[in-house]
Design a protein around this ligand. Structure first.
Ligand SMILES: [Zn+2]
Ligand SMILES: [Zn+2]
Length: 154
């Protein structure tokens, strides 16, 4: 999870720094952070392009039009490199949005380990049907120096 937090620091969006690391058999297969597609302007240079949408429950959501989410960027990196991610696990700094969660289900990734919950109510119904597991790891503020050595390698 430490590596996932470091990957998140590379984010180029002003709204949130999100990181994702796909792992299988203790090897990192791919990493991703939220940012613009290759060659396009980044939020920290050109500003975010915020838009609002309304969920079926009537909740207003804000997102950045410019960026690809960290999970999707990690999946694209795996695709580009020809890394099979079926049966892998993914570490994320924030729980996936419903769009990323749907894609993650279809990749065959088995477990999503996360740091911070983010709008969990929006993915609750999806998770009730899917086999993919969502597991919270110790948040950074709860990791004492003595316990820090037990933090997992990712
Ligand atoms: Zn942005
Ligand atoms: Zn997402």
């Amino acid at each position: 999870m430490t590596i996932t937090r470091q990957v998140a620091e590379r984010s180029t969006c002003l709204r949130a720094k999100v990181g994702a690391v796909i792992v299988r058999d203790r090897s990192i297969l791919a990493t991703g952070y939220n940012g613009s597609p290759a060659g396009l302007p980044h939020c920290f240079d050109a500003g975010c392009l915020i838009y609002e949408s309304r969920t079926p429950d009537g909740e207003i959501e804000q997102n950045c039009y410019r960026t690809i989410h960290a999970e999707i960027n990690a999946i694209t990196q795996a695709a580009r490199n020809g890394s099979a991610i079926q049966d892998a696990v993914i570490y994320v700094t924030h729980t996936p949005c419903i769009h990323c969660m749907k894609v993650l289900i279809n990749t065959g990734i088995r477990i999503v380990y996360y740091d911070r919950p983010y709008k969990l109510n929006t993915i609750a119904e999806l998770l009730s049907y899917a086999k993919i597991q969502l597991i919270q790891v110790t948040p950074p503020e709860a990791v004492t120096p003595a316990k820090a050595g037990n933090d997992d390698a990712v």
